[in-house]
Design a protein around this ligand. Structure first.
Ligand SMILES: [Zn+2]
Length: 213
């Protein structure tokens, strides 16, 4: 069906090069509220600010071709999530977060086990951007990714404050991160995240102070 465009009954014009995609209502309507709303009474839709390669992935998923997302610290997930969010494809939004959660547990525990540095900066930024497209009803599906980050995130309180002040962290990001217990180590690799750093910093400060007295 994906290759066969003979019975295609709608056209979506995509990207700045205005590439036409001939598609089938019966395939793209059930999962996408936007396609249904915009194309119910017409046969052409222009989405020129969407990237063609990302659109292709979304459509392949709708035609049950699956999709591949390699590890990019959440960058690919963010791009795809933005597009799935735009087209109001709920199931794919969930799917992309599930994919990110699985990738997190493999990559983060793996890096800790191999004793390589875990720089979560990019992942946290991309996840915070994903959270900005979410609301309270998404907290449950965000939680597994937040859990992976919290358990492996060696961040300082100052680092968190800076990002809060700059507006990089929205209220959904804060809510979901706060909901994860911070005092348990990762069950797979044994790493301790945020809380340990806070405790170590306090201990350090107390030791330094003691020297003065
Ligand atoms: Zn781990």
């Amino acid at each position: 069906m994906f290759e066969n465009r003979d019975f295609a009954d709608v056209t979506v014009i995509v990207g700045e090069d205005e590439e036409p995609f001939r598609l089938h209502r019966s395939i793209i309507f059930p999962s996408s509220k936007l396609f249904k709303d915009e194309l119910e009474d017409g046969s052409t839709l222009e989405v020129l600010d969407i990237h063609v390669t990302i659109f292709q992935k979304i459509i392949e998923w709708q035609y049950e071709q699956g999709y591949q997302l390699s590890w990019s610290s959440g960058h690919g997930n963010l791009q795809m999530f933005e597009t799935a969010h735009y087209f109001k494809i709920e199931t794919l939004r969930h799917e992309i977060l599930k994919n990110l959660s699985t990738q997190c547990s493999t990559k983060l525990c793996g890096a800790i086990a191999a004793k390589t540095d875990v720089n979560l900066g990019d992942l946290v930024r991309n996840f915070a951007a994903i959270c900005k497209l979410c609301d309270e009803s998404d907290l449950e599906i965000l939680r597994p990714v937040a859990r992976g980050i919290v358990l492996h995130w060696d961040v300082t309180p100052n680092g968190i404050l800076e990002n809060l002040n700059s507006g990089a962290y929205g209220h959904i990001f804060v809510a979901v991160m706060m909901g994860i217990p911070h005092d348990t180590p990762c069950g797979h690799c044994g790493f301790r995240g945020i809380k340990t750093m806070v405790r170590e910093q306090n201990t350090l400060t107390i030791q330094k102070r003691r020297r003065f007295y």
